[in-house]
Design a protein around this ligand. Structure first.
Ligand code: ADP
Length: 517
């Protein structure tokens, strides 16, 4: 911040304490026996710029599902809105997500004979979340997911073409986008936001929140022209938020230092499925502005990723379509080792316990039926999915003891015939058939860091809650940056529902705030 940009409040006690000189002086005060007056520091607020570079009613941070949903709703409610995004491109993790949107009681489910309800979805979320979910928040998602899905169809024009299953759900409730990607929704959100007059500004990074002396968030300090990850790049600017700021900056799966603070096992050794910008500085900035964080050590590993490709890749879409149709095998023993349709945590933990990559496989009935041809093709081109003429060649490729493997596949097939898995209680779908028809397809699996369940505490209104247990005035949050919705485990396909349900609520409520000045 340039010296002449700030008011005399720069010299307020609170700001003085934040500086290196302040720290030295505090040490001096403490040793000289003069007590520190916490209230004094509290009362001062932040140094506010004399001149704001830009002013909007609502300032949204992050251009994923949550941020763009908030921006559209805030603008539709009559607010002037800007979305800032630190990366050169929009969409964060949302644009590389697999495009599965879980919602209960929908038309597509009815057409497919699936009986479902918000109560059942909530039950699944709570069970998977080890009942650490904040129940009010989980309920908001389960009970509003159908409406959010329909909003993306009718208002944005997003298309869903199939019903998918994800481990840990009781029924098929994931509505798959036409291109098996979240881009089908997030690109349409971006187009809609621009069409209705939302300003979207790339390469603009949130540095810190600015609060007035009442602790109300009144704006943010940013770096414009920022070039990720060069922290020295860009210029400082100040954006005033007349009504509110919505923080929707996603999770911190790529922030090795921050994730190791909360789960020291998650060293560099674990890759991540996330986009490179999935770092946690915005969560930390919110905490410095008195927002409370929760459950930060519940960090999810995807059990369906491959060590043979970078990032999210193609194997997750291959694996998740095959569970309940084909077996997962431990190459060391030649046997199955866990319930294929178990939730993400159970399966990732089971693979880590095996200690080396395992395989998922299917035959030429299951694979073309379940896996999108383009995804299969791309996975094969990347070398992460392989095709085999016989089970013996599969065994040879992965160093599997062949006789045991062939017997294990026969055992799996007997479970598929009777639709009941006596070994691990895997769900076997009605239309599943024994794995017998060549060619066979297989991929190796090793977990990668995928989702951070923890984040900022919000209430049902998407208002951020502070360490004083009261809403932080002027600050809303939605999406992966928040914590509590999913508890210990986020189920597959629930991120889209979470981001869009709470993004919309955050946007509406931000626009309804009284302007502060
Ligand atoms: P969600 O699924 O919760 O909407 P996404 O990962 O899709 O989350 O989107 C979050 C976006 O926020 C990403 O595009 C990311 O680059 C952006 N972001 C993260 N931190 C900052 C920051 N400090 N300033 C601006 N944008 C940020």
């Amino acid at each position: 911040m340039k010296k002449d940009d700030v008011t005399e409040k720069t010299l307020s006690r609170r700001n003085f304490l934040k500086t290196a000189g302040g720290v030295a002086a505090v040490a001096g005060l403490a040793t000289s026996g003069i007590p520190l007056m916490a209230e004094q520091a509290e009362a001062a607020g932040d140094a506010l710029p004399k001149k704001w570079d830009e002013t909007y009613d609502v300032v949204v941070i992050g251009s994923g599902f949550a941020g763009l949903s908030a921006a559209i709703e805030a603008k539709s409610a009559g607010a002037s809105v800007v979305v800032i995004e630190k990366m050169p491109v929009h969409g964060g993790n949302s644009i590389i997500n697999g495009g599965d949107f879980c919602a209960p009681g929908t038309k597509m489910q009815k057409e497919n004979g699936v009986q479902d309800s918000p109560e059942l979805m909530l039950k699944d979320m709570l069970r998977a979340g080890a009942y650490l979910n904040h129940p009010d928040l989980a309920k908001m998602v389960a009970f509003n997911a159908k409406d959010a899905l329909e909003w993306t169809e009718s208002y944005l024009g997003s298309k869903y073409t199939r019903l998918n299953f994800h481990g840990g759900h009781s029924v098929k409730r994931a509505h798959g986008t036409v291109n098996s990607s979240g881009s089908e929704v997030v690109n349409k959100e971006l187009a809609k936001a621009r069409e209705i007059g939302v300003k979207v500004q790339m390469r603009t990074k949130l540095v810190r929140f600015l609060s007035n002396k009442d602790g109300r968030i009144v704006g943010i300090e940013v770096r414009t022209g920022y070039r990720f990850p060069d922290e020295g790049s860009g210029k400082t600017a100040f954006i005033k938020a007349r009504k509110a700021v919505v923080l929707s900056s996603g999770g911190f799966s790529r922030d090795v230092a921050l994730r190791q603070v909360h789960d020291p096992r998650l060293t560099e050794r674990f890759e991540s499925t996330n986009h490179p910008g999935a770092t946690g500085e915005a969560i930390q900035a919110a905490c410095l502005a008195k927002a409370m964080d929760v459950q930060m050590d519940w960090i999810q590993l995807g059990p369906w990723t491959s060590p043979d490709e970078k990032g999210f890749g193609y194997v997750p879409l291959f694996c998740e379509r095959l569970v309940g149709y084909g077996p997962m095998i431990n190459p060391k023993t030649g046997k199955r080792f866990f319930k294929e349709t178990g939730n993400r945590k159970e399966r990732a933990d089971a693979i880590i316990l095996v200690g080396d990559p395992v395989i998922i496989m299917g035959d030429s009935y299951a694979v073309p039926k379940q896996v999108m041809a383009t995804m299969l093709q791309k996975g094969m081109e990347a070398g992460a999915i392989k095709k085999f003429d016989t089970l013996e060649v599969v065994a040879k490729e992965y160093n599997i003891p062949v006789d045991i493997f062939i017997r294990e596949i026969a055992r799996w097939n007997s479970f598929v015939e009777k639709k009941k898995d006596d070994d691990f209680d895997c769900m076997i779908f009605k239309d599943a058939k024994p794995t017998v028809t060549a060619p066979f397809y297989a991929a190796r699996l090793w977990p990668k860091v995928h989702h951070t369940m923890g984040g900022l505490v919000i209430n049902k209104d998407a208002h951020v809650v502070g360490f004083d247990m009261k809403p932080v005035k002027g600050l809303y949050a939605a999406g992966e940056v928040t914590g509590g919705v999913h508890g210990a485990v986020r189920l597959g396909g629930v991120a889209m529902a979470d981001c869009i349900v709470f993004g919309r609520i955050a946007g509406k409520n931000a626009a309804a705030e009284k302007p502060w000045g």
